[in-house]
Design a protein. Structure first.
Length: 146
């Protein structure tokens, strides 16, 4: 069974990881641990909260909801970002590719990555190249102003 983890951007800046998210009033908190494994609570931007999907990319980085991913193989490059829509995670494709929607193993994937043989990618063939919050330009949004 995978460990349930969340990532979010603190109100005052850096990204943090924790095991639970709580919203109370207008505030959202992510519960985690400090370097000495003591409990710690971070106030976070609720728009940036994303769950770890339990997979890693080709560089062994954990993939979170909101990560922008690139698949490049045999001259084909496809980009998308990780989305949660109950009851599953999927990759919303940003770039156009020659592969259309398919039904695979009983699931309909309208916007997923396929290699040139029509097979679904292997997670370790993907690379995290940013996220939708720090790099909105990767998904067609405006540049991020600090």
């Amino acid at each position: 069974m995978r460990q349930i983890k969340f990532r979010a951007k603190k109100i005052d800046g850096p990204w943090v990881i924790g095991g639970g998210v709580w919203t109370f009033g207008k505030d959202t908190a992510l519960f985690g641990e400090d370097n000495n494994h003591h409990p710690i609570v971070h106030l976070v931007d609720p728009e940036t909260v994303g769950e770890c999907i339990g997979q890693t990319d080709k560089n062994f980085k954990e993939i979170y909801e909101g990560d922008v991913l690139k698949f490049a193989k045999r001259g084909v490059t496809i980009m998308g970002y990780m989305v949660w829509e109950a009851p599953k995670f999927f990759i919303k494709q940003i770039t156009k590719a020659e592969y259309e929607s398919k039904i695979v193993r009983g699931y309909f994937f309208s916007l997923v990555f396929y290699d040139e043989d029509g097979k679904i990618f292997n997670w370790q063939e993907l690379e995290i190249i940013g996220n939708i919050h720090d790099n909105p330009e990767l998904i067609g949004g405006g540049s991020h102003e600090v």
